[in-house]
Write a protein that binds this ligand. Sequence first.
Ligand code: GDP
Ligand code: GDP
Length: 449
Amino acid sequence: MTEYLSDWVAEDEIHAPAPVLAVVGRPNVGKSTLVNRLIGRRQAVVEDIPGVTRDRIAYDAQWTGRRFTVVDTGGWEPDAKDRAARIAAQAEIATQTADAILFVVDGRVGATDVDEAAVKMLRRSGKPVLLVANKADDDRVEADLAGLWGLGLGEPFPVSALHGRNSGDLLDKILSILPEPPAIIEEAPRGPRRVALVGRPNVGKSSLLNKLSKEDRALVDDVAGTTVDPVDSLVEIDGEIWQLVDTAGLRRRVGQASGTEYYASLRTSAAIEAAEVVIVLFEASEVISEQDQRLLSMVTEAGRALVMAFNKWDLVDDDRRYYLEKEVERELKRIPWAQRVNISALTGRAVDKLAPAMRIALNSWEQRIPTGQLNQFITALSQANPHPVRSGKQPKILFATQAGVCPPKFVLFTSGNLDAGYVRYVERRLREDFGFPGSPIQVTVKARK
Ligand code: GDP
Ligand code: GDP
């Protein structure tokens, strides 16, 4: 599912991403070296070979248990021509996308005119700014920083990115100016994975439940440390215990007995909400119906992992098989990522294959892409296929982070609104590179104001 948001998203509409720290400063003051220091890696991002693209943009950082994202603005290429204007433009973008800013100067050089121009912009923004005097490799340089007070950003913080001098203190200081990260909800020790079994009437839901509950499988009513809702069932598939949610309805066949479609559909959506992964049952011997499509949409919109099971495979002959494949291609092309299994609840054919498919889908559902890797992907994508120019301007993706999992949610921080088609393109490429089989993913845009 792709949500297209033309403006800043209200924070509670998406998982709030980790707070963002932007590192701003003239070339060669040591921003990349400092970023490497902050993210705890020495590896050389510092390679000033002309013509070599520096894929330094955004990275995950962590200090005393708090996560934040570090953005190296040296990777941005604002459309300004001269050097001073470029740094000012970077500073401006930083103030609009970051929660706090590290303004880095060369402590051995002191403040330059270019620094002063950038600082004006930073101070106007009202965002917290920390002045860092880098290359303070020894006490001599450190003693000589008084002139930097003149920038009006308060006391300069001396560090040596190269040698690591003061970098722990700097990290403490950074945490003090960043907003608290979104609380990470501690998951209780996990019991069995929750599965919803949905499908139109007569597709074979209760038959499948019966099949799964047979052969001593029903004996798993009691799993240590779990409380299972009385309307749920525990079943064993492929050696693993799964919790099928709201199977009471299937056992008692309420849906059909009461005959109200409305009630059945409410119950279905509640089951989908309660589940982590949903098995949508299709009737392989009949055409894919509108009701099937509605169920698929409910699952993707709820953001649940998905497995499609084509039931009654024992009734499928070569002829039907041929047409079914055509139908799947045509009718289900919006979810090419969904896992599919061909089963028979009657004979038990391939019923055990449901478990591997659910495991794959749940893995994707919980997958997290490291920020560095994600931004290398974004850089390559933007270079290979930049966003089209719109009324004389070219919106750019400045950086991206993964804001959450279950399902994976990505936020693109951009310099302007993106076409919906381009957002879909990013989503498609994300899947090409990272996969996510069996799980929906969400891509949202945070365009700067
Ligand atoms: P950027 O252009 O601002 O990203 O700067 P770089 O990180 O590429 O660094 C520019 C140069 O300054 C490199 O040769 C670094 O090795 C050097 N440098 C970075 N930090 C320090 C430092 O703390 N002390 C010294 N002496 N040199 C540094
Ligand atoms: P529900 O309404 O989705 O719970 O569907 P049921 O489990 O009640 O199944 C409806 C009908 O389809 C019953 O007559 C079942 O015996 C039959 N059925 C279910 N699964 C299969 C299957 O895999 N193959 C065949 N041939 N019939 C099936």
